[in-house]
Write a protein that binds this ligand. Structure first.
Ligand SMILES: [Ca+2]
Length: 85
């Protein structure tokens, strides 16, 4: 995941890698659209993504934002066992 923090004039700073996984552990085709919102109420936008596993399980991943615009990684915020979602 790459982050571009905003400038007061509406522009963006250069992007930086705010999260990554080892090769072969995350598949874009299994990922739903990322949505932004302040899920923890700290005033900074966070990112949530739905992920579908090969066994049929589904999980929501929340990436809570840090003050520097990065993230400490995914928080598994919701899940459904195979065949239930
Ligand atoms: Ca937040």
């Amino acid at each position: 995941m790459f982050t571009m923090t905003a400038e007061p004039d509406g522009g963006f700073n250069d992007d930086f890698a705010s999260w990554q996984t080892p090769n072969g552990t995350w598949w874009a085709d299994n990922t739903g659209a990322a949505v932004a919102g302040d899920v923890d109420g700290d005033g900074r936008e966070d990112v949530a993504i739905m992920y579908n596993y090969a066994d049929g399980a589904t999980r929501a991943m929340t990436f809570k934002s840090r003050p520097d615009g990065g993230t400490d990684g995914e928080f598994r915020s919701w899940g459904a066992p195979p065949g239930t979602w």
